[in-house]
Design a protein around this ligand. Structure first.
Ligand code: HEC
Length: 104
C-alpha cells in the first residue's frame, strides 16, 4: 500500500464538502467526510463519544490489530453500535480502511 496520502491540504475542504461523494476520492477525504464525526479528526474520538458510544481510539490495542480487510468489513457491514457506512464505492472503502490503518 502506498503511503502517498495527500491529506492535510484537502482536509478543510473535505469537511466543507462532506457528503459530496464525487469529491471524497482518497482515503483521507473519505475519512473526514464519513468517519471523523464519530472517530475524531485523527482517530481519537472525543471523550463523550468514547463514553456514549463505546468507540475506541485507534491507539487502543484492539484497534491496532485490525487488518485492513476487517476495517473494510466494518465499514460495509457495520459492527455493534456502528451502522454500515453507506454511499461509498468499494475502492473508497478500501482507501479509507488503508487510511484508518495509518492513523496513530
Ligand atoms: C455514527 C458514528 C460512526 C461513524 C460515522 C463511523 N463509525 Fe466506526 N465505530 C462507531 C462505533 C460506535 C464503533 C464501536 C462499535 C462497537 O463495537 O459497538 C465503531 C467501531 C469502528 C471500528 C472497530 C471495529 C472493530 O472490529 O472493533 C472501526 C475499524 C471503525 N469503526 C471504522 C470506521 C470507519 C473507517 C468509518 C468511516 C468510513 C467509521 N468507522 C464511521 C461509530 C461510527
Amino acid at each position: 500500500m502506498t503511503k502517498c496520502f495527500r491529506s492535510h491540504v484537502t482536509l478543510g475542504a473535505a469537511l466543507l464538502l462532506a457528503g459530496a461523494m464525487s469529491f471524497a476520492q482518497d482515503g483521507a477525504a473519505t475519512y473526514k467526510a464519513k468517519c471523523a464525526m464519530c472517530h475524531g479528526p485523527a482517530g481519537t474520538p472525543s471523550a463523550g463519544m468514547q463514553k456514549a458510544m463505546g468507540i475506541k481510539p485507534v491507539s487502543d490495542p484492539s484497534m491496532r490489530t485490525l487488518t485492513e480487510s476487517q476495517i473494510a468489513a466494518t465499514v460495509k457491514n457495520g459492527q455493534g453500535k456502528m451502522k454500515p457506512v453507506t454511499g461509498l464505492t468499494d475502492a473508497q472503502v478500501k482507501d479509507v480502511a488503508a487510511y484508518f490503518k495509518t492513523l496513530k
